[in-house]
Structures are given as structure tokens and as C-alpha cells.
Ligand binder design. Sequence first.
Ligand code: SF4
Ligand code: SF4
Ligand SMILES: [Zn+2]
Length: 263
Amino acid sequence: MKVELIQLEEDRIRFLLSGATAAFANGLRRACMSEVPTLAIDEISLYDNTSVLFDEQIGLRIGMIPLQVEDLDLFSEPEECQCGGEGCPGCRVDFMLSVEGPGMVYSRDLQFTDPGVKPAFDKIPIVILGEGEKLVIEGYATKHAGREHSKWQSGTLCGYKNLPTIEIGDCSGCGKCVEVCPRKVLVLEDGRAKATNILECSLCKLCIEECDAGAIKVVPVLDSFVLSIETSGCMPVKELVARASDGIRKRAETLDRKLAELS
Ligand code: SF4
Ligand code: SF4
Ligand SMILES: [Zn+2]
């Protein structure tokens, strides 16, 4: 198996995975979305809400704010914590929100008791308060994975496609395929079509339908995949992919061990 980096930013990565099965590529995608735990606001007590939004709407908005943690490994999931899920500093981070209008309440107004925890983005709007309107909330965040609820989803936009190959045979240079390609993969050069940035090809095959000469072949490479992974902002994308891969390795080792016990 081989991995080649195509693009890396703080919150998104694209890489080419070769010599792998579709099941493995999909497993990595799913692990990024569902298996990498993070913190999210879990329970709230609303002491005052005179805003235009119902309590439930406020709760939903606050729950979906991604949180960054200085050291995620310091926290346990409540079910695995030494407190037995009762709630303690090892599995809970308390917060307070107290704002009076007029003005917009933003994610940055959430004040966590642990200085190592903060919203991933300062300016996620929660609600606009009018003159004299108030929002006073207390609550806590817990650590879970996306399989529990999407608010704990560390990886948001995670997808993959087969690496395409494009062959152009007897081309008349009519340019129809260039016009129809939504990804601008094809260009006309020296009177014939040519594929340029192949990684952008979505394998939609519109070019094949458009080519009266039947000159284009678009074929997926069955053991090579372009993976695109994006985080919610709760952790750098490199950490997300590393944690997801590590989780797969550990589960595979557990399976191996259990199979060995059975044989
Ligand atoms: S549509 Fe076919 S013939 Fe026309 S430029 Fe494209 S490949 Fe060549
Ligand atoms: S398959 Fe679609 S994206 Fe790929 S080259 Fe053809 S038209 Fe463009
Ligand atoms: Zn605990």
C-alpha cells in the first residue's frame, strides 16, 4: 500500500491511496467520520432565555459548535471513566454562557472552566439578542465519537473516488468534450483533446457521451483512490487521519488476537 500527498491544509487533506481495496478506503473514510472521538457540549441548563429562539434551538446550535482541546487524551469517555460515568474532571468540562443584548451571541462567549478547551471558531453565531434580552446557560462537554451523534463527528466532509485514467484515441478536435467537462480536465492542444489535471476528474463520463467519434475512454483504477478528508475544526486534519488509522490498526490487532484464541 502506498500513500501520496496531493494537498494539505490545516483542516483538509487530499491524498492518493494505491494498492488498497475499496473496503479499506471506505473504512478509513468511515473511521475519520465516526470513530475519532472529540469533545462536544452534551448537557445544558438554561437559566434565562428571553431570545427569539426556543430553548431546544439554542441547545441544538450550542451542541454543534466544534471544540478544540489542548490534550484530548487527558479526557476519557464517560462510560470508560474511573467515575463510572457519574461525571468528573476526567470526563467532563463545564462551561458558562451569560450574555445580555443588544448584540449577537457568538461561540466565543462560551467560557469553559478548563483553559485548554475552547470553540474551534470564535464567530459561530448562536442568536441575536435584542435590547434587554438575556441568555444564561450552564452545562458541560463530554468526549464521544461521531457514531454516537454528529456533534462528536471529528471528520465532516470525508469521501473517496477511484483514481481515473483517461485515454484519447482518434480525435477530430471538435472540442465538444472540453466544453462539457464540468471539472475542466480536458483541453484542446494541437488540434486534439488532451487530459490535464486527471485527479480532478469525477468519472462522470459526460465527455464519453458527447464524443461522436467514440475516442474517449475513462476507466477507474480499481486499487487506487483519491481520499478527501476535512475536519470540523476540532483538530488538525493530520491528527484526525493519524487517529483514524491508529484506531483501524488497533481494531485489526484485537481481531487477530481473538481469532488466534479461537484457533
Ligand atoms: S469530443 Fe471526441 S473528437 Fe471531439 S475533441 Fe473530444 S475526444 Fe476529440
Ligand atoms: S469523466 Fe467527467 S470529469 Fe472526467 S474528463 Fe470526462 S467529463 Fe471531465
Ligand atoms: Zn469521570
